[in-house]
Design a protein. Structure first.
Length: 168
């Protein structure tokens, strides 16, 4: 390795060691076998290309953000899909935070009797991270369907007993 590359790898290892929180450390250890003391060795491995090392770390940190937001650990390919969309771990934290606020309502709407569509975590990820307008429209249709279920009139109105009744 050239001296410049060694310096860049050492800097990335240092940045990673200084920036990860306990949640991210746990997922890095579980997914990649990297503990805090191993970060320099991980990045200084001459058999691995730096972009590949960074991709593996970033996808693992994206997965850590999914877990932090309260979702089960997904497949590595789900985190890789977000990485390929250009999502950073910081953006994943923000996005999964938003999804965790919306998801319970979307899930409830999907489970109501007669729901026309089902909205899952992947749909919400597509909406938030990929800007998938279709997923947003589907969620909007579900909300409209639910509002329509309760928009009928209940109780007593002017015509409740019929027009030709007279009360004295």
């Amino acid at each position: 390795m050239a001296p410049d590359e060694v310096a860049e790898r050492a800097e990335r290892a240092s940045n990673l060691a200084n920036s990860v929180d306990p949640q991210q450390r746990e997922v890095l250890a579980r997914r990649l076998g990297i503990r805090t003391g191993d970060m320099a060795a991980y990045y200084l491995n001459p058999d691995k290309a730096l972009p590949e090392l960074q991709r593996r770390v970033d996808t693992t940190l994206i997965e850590a953000e999914r877990i932090r937001a309260g979702f089960r650990s997904g497949s590595q390919s789900a985190a890789e899909r977000l990485y390929e969309l250009g999502i950073t771990p910081d953006e994943a934290r923000e996005g999964f935070g938003l999804i965790s606020q919306v998801q319970p309502t979307a899930e409830l709407l999907s489970q109501t009797r007669g729901a026309i569509e089902e909205i899952g975590l992947r749909d919400l990820e597509d909406e938030v991270f990929a800007g998938d307008g279709d997923a947003g429209r589907r969620r909007s249709r579900l909300a409209s369907q639910e509002r329509a279920r309760f928009s009928g009139s209940g109780g007593t109105g002017a015509d409740t007993f019929g027009r030709d009744r007279q009360f004295n």
